[in-house]
Write a protein that binds this ligand. Structure first.
Ligand code: C2E
Ligand code: CA
Ligand code: CA
Ligand code: CA
Length: 275
């Protein structure tokens, strides 16, 4: 609290200051973090419901800062987007993810999250093509996940970027579907091969009949538009049961597998090959 004029006491939020200060410190710590090897990837399997096999693994970025310990991507990615570091970091993620996936069975794809900042870079397709070439991963085995909330900022540009990716055979997934402003016409405007149904609907599946109806409708609509569906954040057998009933294509969540190091994914594939 500060004394102001006329004897008034103004309370300002120390919490706000702390948040701004932490953001500033994290931004500083992020400089050179890539070069120092502070980032690594985990992979979370996505299972085909029909065959119970691994369809894909999503690459999830982790930052272990010597100063701050593990920092959540939910916290550091917005900072990296603001200071532009997401561009080199994102390119590194793509390289690493393609390299890991090139050792998996040929039926398995890798899903990589793409920041809206990356979607707007001039040479995105060139960067993606290079990661594919260097790793030897066929383009068809890469899918890029884009969150729907960002697409409307610049519809034409988003459509152009996604179309260019599709043109080199890379697949695209609309991530967190249902959380943004998606109108039905909007769905047909953007070239996506997969819809990822947001965790908020999956969470509600057990208790809220409205969520069952929504998920059912999303799956049917996607099928009619020729898109596949993945449900994220599956945590309970009841949710999984419900998703089976809606004939969703694939599921991802802690119930089935947590994000794991590349070596564990490789072991999982080896096991599946034997068993
Ligand atoms: P996302 O793309 O929606 O990723 C799914 C998040 O849900 C991941 O969190 C994952 O660990 C978590 N998750 C998976 N299954 C479950 C479950 O059953 N229950 C719950 N409660 N959570 C589950 P994570 O790894 O902390 O990532 C958070 C977000 O950070 C991601 O959300 C994505 O938007 C972003 N992110 C992560 N890696 C990257 C990256 O390499 N590049 C970009 N641009 N963004 C990334
Ligand atoms: Ca994602
Ligand atoms: Ca998601
Ligand atoms: Ca989500």
């Amino acid at each position: 609290a500060k004394e102001s004029g006329r004897g008034q006491v103004l309370f300002y939020e120390p919490v706000m200051d702390e948040k701004i200060e932490r953001r500033r410190q994290l931004a500083a710590a992020m400089n050179g973090a890539l070069e120092r090897g502070e980032f690594h990837l985990l992979f979370q399997p996505i299972f085909r419901l029909a065959q119970n096999s691994i369809a894909s693994c999503e690459a999830l970025l982790r930052w272990h800062s010597p100063q701050f310990g593990p920092v959540s991507p939910a916290e550091f990615i917005p900072i990296a987007e603001e200071n532009g570091l997401i561009v080199p970091i994102g390119a590194w993620v793509l390289e690493q993810a393609c390299q890991a996936a090139s050792t998996w069975p040929s039926g398995a794809t890798v899903a990589v999250n793409l920041s809206p900042v990356q979607l707007r870079t001039e040479n995105l397709t060139v960067m993606v093509a290079r990661a594919l070439k260097d790793s030897g991963l066929p383009a068809k085995r890469l899918t890029l996940e884009v969150t729907e909330t960002v697409l409307l900022d610049d519809v034409e540009r988003s459509v152009a970027a996604l179309t260019a990716l599709n043109a080199i055979d890379v697949c695209t997934t609309l991530d967190d579907f249902g959380t943004g402003y998606s109108s039905l016409s909007y769905l047909t405007q953007f070239p996506f091969q997969t819809l990822k149904i947001d965790r908020s609907f999956v969470m509600d599946l057990e208790h809220n009949p409205a969520s069952i109806a929504i998920v059912q409708t999303i799956v049917e609509l996607a099928a009619k538009l020729g898109m596949r569906t993945v449900a994220e954040g599956v945590e309970t057998p009841a949710q999984l049961d419900q998703l089976r009933r809606t004939r969703c294509d694939a599921v991802q969540g802690y119930l089935l597998a947590k994000p794991m190091p590349a070596a564990e994914v490789a072991a999982l594939f080896a096991e599946a090959a034997i068993g």
